[in-house]
Design a protein. Structure first.
Lengths: 165, 286
């Protein structure tokens, strides 16, 4: 029997009817219609289903849908400040060519946003540590790390030319 | 995912009664990072899933210089990893839960869950046993506690009764002049299961080893206390030669198997290398 859960998704209060044994990932994609969050491995290894739960990055494939009752979620659809803009991380992913096939990108962007929210000026090692749970099968890690580094500089209002390789 | 009944008890007593009523067909959900994978991969097929996250008071992580550390059943590995007190006084545990899966997983996985999963390669078990941690169980017939070492009885097996759940883990306050280290060996650091893990807690007074715990992970059906290696060090004056002798003794303590990650011979060899390094690293902290 479906269970009604009340939660906030990307700033909007919502009620969705979920199967108690479905994952939050499936509920987001199938019940809330938010298909930006991707299902890769479905066992918590690839990070493509990363969302923020009360601001904290988690694998939505490892949460049961009813566990999200009362939570505030941010998915890839809600990372930007307004509908007609993109988040600085998204902007730099485009500029740096940090997306190849793009399947892992929503998870990386959400994980990177979580990092920059908590640590606005991360070192390269801190970036690598924060995205260790996101796997890119195209192996475009160098550009992903560069994009996150540049987004941090963007958000701090620093000039972009000084990024070291 | 296979269907099950989802339950949210509000108290430990209610959870315990539900477990008893479900008679072994229920699984407890805390972090869920292992349980949901096991259900998806049909390693477990519970008829009921009991989410204990609504039970108050189990999310406490606290340190007291006399009482030691208390880790509630709902405390995540990430909370332990980022705790100043844990990094300062339980460095081996802090290391083990940092070299553990990914941040996304660590934000949900609990230390108690890692203990209850009782995997031979569990990262938290070796430092907990080396530090003489205790698990506190709650059941219909009351509470009891026992060393983590006794709680884990085999691969995936624990001393939990059908109506019981773990409410918390406690670790004694470290004795003065104690150094700790955990070394995990794998093909890479993050998102990796241990091929071999070694935890060391060693207390040294004026060059004399007064107490030591050495625990080996992923080289036996459960984390193994390296009793021969401990015996080599305990009560003796430390020297490079003695540490080497202890490392060789640890190789005899190990009971490794060959599997997809490594051969038994390689694991045994690495036990020697890592034990020597872990002792040296723990001593550097003094």
């Amino acid at each position: 029997m479906r269970k009604l859960i009340a939660l906030e998704i990307n700033g909007e209060p919502m009620e969705i009817a979920v199967e108690p044994h479905s994952t939050l990932l499936d509920a987001l994609r199938d019940d809330a219609g938010l298909t930006g969050t991707k299902k890769g491995c479905d066992v918590g290894e690839c990070g493509s289903c990363t969302i923020l739960v009360n601001g904290t990055p988690m694998n939505s494939c490892l949460m049961l849908a009813p566990e999200a009752h009362g939570c505030s979620l941010t998915t890839i659809e809600g990372v930007q400040a307004s509908p007609d803009t993109v988040h600085p991380v998204q902007e730099q992913f485009m500029r740096c060519g940090a997306a190849q096939c793009g399947f892992c990108t929503p998870g990386f962007v959400v994980a990177a946003k979580a990092l920059l929210d908590a640590n606005p000026q991360p070192t390269r090692d801190e970036i690598r540590f924060a995205i260790a749970g996101n796997i890119c099968r195209c192996t475009g890690y160098t550009k992903i790390i560069e994009a996150i580094e540049r987004a941090a500089a963007d958000m701090a209002g620093l000039p972009m030319t000084e990024v070291t390789r | 995912m296979r269907a099950f009944e989802y339950l949210e008890p509000a108290t430990l007593a209610e959870a315990s009664a539900l477990l008893q009523r479900c008679g072994g067909r229920a699984s407890v959900l805390a972090g869920g990072t292992d349980l949901l994978v096991q259900i998806k991969e049909s390693h477990r097929q519970p008829a009921h899933v009991i989410n204990i996250k609504k039970i108050p008071g189990m999310d406490v992580l606290s340190f007291d210089p006399a009482e030691g550390l208390r880790i509630g059943a709902l405390v995540t590995t990430r909370e332990v990893e980022t705790s100043y007190a844990v990094r300062r006084h339980y460095a081996s545990l802090a290391r083990a839960v940092t070299d553990f899966a990914s941040i996304q997983v660590r934000n949900r996985a609990t230390v108690v869950g890692n203990v209850c999963r009782a995997s031979p390669s569990a990262d938290s078990l070796a430092p907990l046993i080396a530090d003489r941690a205790e698990v506190h169980l709650y059941g219909l017939h009351g509470s009891r506690s026992m060393p983590v070492e006794a709680f884990v009885t085999g691969p995936g097996k624990t001393a939990l009764g059908v109506d019981e759940l773990v409410s918390r883990i406690t670790i004694p306050a470290p004795a003065p002049h104690t150094g700790k280290a955990y070394l995990k060996h794998g093909r890479r650091v993050q998102m990796e299961l241990a091929t071999v893990g070694v935890a060391v807690s060693i207390t040294v007074e004026r060059g004399h080893c007064t107490d030591v715990g050495i625990v080996l992970a992923a080289v036996g059906p459960k984390p193994l206390r390296a009793t021969k290696a401990e015996g080599v060090l305990r009560g003796h004056s430390l020297s490079d030669a003695l540490i080497l002798q202890a490392a060789h003794a640890a190789m005899e303590d190990a009971r490794p198997i060959t599997d997809v990650r490594a051969s038994a011979e390689y694991r045994r060899e690495m036990v020697g290398v890592l034990t020597r390094r872990a002792i040296a690293q723990a001593l550097e902290m003094l």
